[in-house]
Structures are given as C-alpha cells and as structure tokens.
Design a protein around this ligand. Structure first.
Ligand SMILES: [Fe+2]
Ligand SMILES: [Fe+2]
Length: 224
C-alpha cells in the first residue's frame, strides 16, 4: 500500500526562509564562479518537473513529493564547492530536513537522489533519483544566462541562450519521456548543443530506463 505523505511538500518548503537562504547563497557562489543561474527559478523548475515525471510515470505520490523536495534542494552543495556539490548538498539537505522532522526513510530517498544527480559521479538507481536527473538535465533555457554578452565566449551560455523553450512530456501509452526544445539555430547550432550536453542526455536516457520508459528528444519539431 502506498504510504501517506507525512512531511511538508516542496511547495511548503519553497516558502521556508532558511531553505530559500541556502538556495540563494548557492546561486551567489555559482554566479561568482561564472556559472549560469541556479537560483530559485532553476530549483523550482526542477522540483516541479521531477514531481511531475514521477506522478505521470509510476504514479506514486509520496515518491513524487520526495523527488520535488530533492529537486528544490539538489544544488545547495554549492555553498561548499562546485566539486562534489551533489554529495555535499545531500548532507546539507539531510540536516535541513532532519530539523523539520522528516523520517529516515524519506530523508534517505532524498539524500540518495541529491548525491547522485551529476553525470560525473551519479548513478540514478532509484525512481526518485531518476526523476531528479531527468528534470535537472532538461533545464536548459535562455533565462539561465546571467549576462548575454558572454554568449560568444562561453558555449554553455550560448547554448542556454539559444533555447527559447524547454519542456518535458510524458506519453504514457508509448512509455516515452520526451524533452521538447525550441532552439534558435542562428545563435547556436545543434552540434554545440550535443557537444556539451551529450553526457547529460546519456544520463537522462539511463534514468528514464530506470522508470521503465524510453527517453526521446524533440528539437524544433524534429524527433532525434
Ligand atoms: Fe547540480
Ligand atoms: Fe541543477
């Protein structure tokens, strides 16, 4: 039987001052290091999509909420360092959520997911971790570029800037999770996209398979 939800939802946590503080501090350090936006817009998008992916695939409300919470907190490890931010973030999330009375079963689902969300070190071996990976790796968007003057020097900024629209769709009948992108190919061609995001797309594919679905990419109305 599916367990009832006995913890605050990600939307409740999005109103929590301390959690918002950690997200904004992480984003501050990332900005200083020259990375794209990882603030509440990124955290909120990833939380919403991770939750949506599990609701639409396995349909487990508790796990979907846990994926939402993992999505909200997944990048807070940047208050320590970019390197190992996934593992460090899992420990910080553990402490923040323990204070709020989360049970160990729920905490450990969240810590595993956060600790395994980066392609260099992560193995998305659970449903919650898989949903987080799919949502996080899909969030490519113009709004993540902090300064459009960088788009000619920085390939990450250029590719993000070229993406006008990004969305995740779940096609239950065909068991497909699809990332749908609209890219301005005048700004960045598809080779740019794949040259930096190929490992991410590969991780998405593995995560999607963990949910028993197939990963598909549609760019400018063309299925790839
Ligand atoms: Fe990350
Ligand atoms: Fe992220």
């Amino acid at each position: 039987m599916e367990r009832t939800i006995e913890f605050p939802t990600y939307r409740d946590l999005m109103k929590d001052k301390k959690i918002l503080y950690y997200i904004s501090r992480s984003d501050y350090f990332l900005k200083e290091m020259g990375y794209t936006d990882h603030g509440i817009k990124h955290a909120g998008w990833v939380a919403e999509k991770a939750r949506f992916v599990l609701l639409e695939t396995i349909g487990d409300r508790r796990k979907a909420e846990l994926a939402g919470i993992a999505g909200l907190l997944h990048d807070i490890g940047h208050v320590i360092s970019r390197h190992d931010h996934a593992q460090n973030g899992a420990i910080i999330a553990y402490n923040l959520l323990k204070e709020k009375g989360f049970f160990d079963d729920d905490l450990t689902e969240i810590t595993y997911a956060i600790g395994n969300h980066e392609e260099e070190t992560g193995i998305p071996a659970t449903e919650v971790a898989s949903a987080l990976v799919i949502a996080d790796k899909s969030h490519v968007h113009r709004s993540r570029v902090r300064d459009e003057r960088n788009i000619f020097q920085d390939i990450h900024d250029r590719v993000n800037y070229a993406v006008l629209d990004a969305d995740l769709e779940v096609e239950k009948e065909n068991r497909i999770i699809r990332l749908v992108l609209r890219i301005d190919t005048e700004i960045s061609d598809l080779l740019d996209y794949f040259s930096i995001f190929q490992p991410r797309m590969e991780m998405c594919r593995r995560a999607t398979e963990r949910l028993g679905f197939k990963f598909r990419l549609r760019i400018n109305d063309t299925d790839l």
